[in-house]
Design a binder for this molecule. Structure first.
Ligand code: P6P
Length: 320
């Protein structure tokens, strides 16, 4: 039987990728790993015993009804990072403003604690998305400057997909690796080493309900996918759609629409995170004209159109 390598062993082993590393990033990834296991437990027990399903009766900064598991996951990740000590501030989809920890930590984290949460009650895969940046401000606490770095400045980027199994996939700029949670031992084990995404694919993921709101170019591209008899696969959960396309090849796109002129997805903790991962796996991510990782953020929760996946498919979509 192949050697089992756990996520914690992998993190420590790869620490040497960073000469002079202090172990802070390893400790942060370990905290995220633990929070992911706990969210996985809550998501997978389907709330049968605890009242964790359903709406929390509150709204987030986006004006979206917060699900109880949204709130639970957000509070848990923030608490884990606060106590962990190497993160000085967090920007979360669930919080209007930056959450500050007075601990002098050298990292800041941008995250969507539970993306696709409208799917929780219907048992469709959901996910956590996180980006880690080195703090660049020098004052007593983090500032917007720390969160307005381009995606290319990320120290690490990853997601956890809570699906038929729970997987953690991340990169520190040295390739992409996937770890599957073995619930019987409560451990993430390396299951997908050195993930590379196919240069071409036959899956396209877009909400075709918006077809008549898309630009002519986007509509032309969708029509071309149909003419090529590609498979339309759209779960309505970004992490799940992205993860499938990363492994099998394909393109996910959420273009601008009349209703959402900047698209729907968030630059800081959705597009940038997945763009670093897909580029490290040999894929491509743009907003339709510009490389996602080159975009200069101006607001915490700003949206951007997203075309992401197999390089040949993204390039073709941009030419359409
Ligand atoms: P629509 C979930 O709310 C999300 O942010 C992504 O996970 C998903 O891909 C997208 O929005 C679905 O949006 O407008 O197609 O329902």
């Amino acid at each position: 039987m192949a050697d089992i390598k756990t996520l914690s062993e992998f993190i420590v082993e790869r620490q040497s990728d960073f000469p002079g590393s202090t172990g802070d990033l390893s400790a942060l990834l370990t905290a995220i790993r633990l929070a992911g296991k706990i969210v996985s437990r809550e998501a997978n027990k389907a709330g049968l015993l605890a009242d964790i399903l359903g709406a929390a009766g509150s709204e987030n900064v986006q004006g979206e009804a917060q699900q109880k598991l949204d709130v639970y996951a957000n509070n848990l990740f923030i608490r884990m990072m606060r106590t962990q000590g190497t993160v000085c501030a967090v920007a979360s989809e669930e919080n209007d403003d930056i959450v500050h920890f007075d601990n002098g930590g050298k990292y800041v984290v941008a995250m969507d604690p539970l993306d696709g949460s409208s799917n929780i009650d219907v048992n469709v895969s959901i996910g956590t998305i996180f980006s880690i940046y080195r703090r660049i401000s020098t004052g007593p606490k983090a500032t917007m400057e720390d969160f307005m770095q381009p995606g290319s400045a990320q120290v690490a980027a990853g997601y956890i997909v809570y699906g038929s199994s729970t997987m953690l996939v991340y990169t520190t700029g040295h390739g992409v690796n996937g770890f599957t949670l073995d619930p019987s031992i409560g451990t993430f084990c390396l299951s997908h080493p050195n993930i590379t995404t196919p240069q071409e694919g036959s899956i396209y993921s877009v909400n075709e309900g918006n077809y008549y709101e898309f630009s002519d170019g986007v509509r032309n591209y969708i029509d071309d996918c149909k003419r090529q008899k590609m498979s339309a696969r759209y779960i309505g959960s970004l992490v799940a759609d992205f993860h499938r396309n990363l492994l099998k090849g394909g393109i996910y796109f959420y273009p601008a629409t009349a209703k959402a002129p900047k698209g729907k997805l968030r630059l800081l903790y959705e597009a940038n995170t997945l763009a670093l991962i897909v580029e490290q796996a040999g894929g491509m991510a743009t907003d339709g004209t510009t490389r996602i990782l080159d975009l200069k953020p101006t607001e915490l929760h700003q949206r951007c159109p997203l075309f992401i996946g197999s390089k040949g498919m993204v390039q073709k979509a941009m030419r359409s």
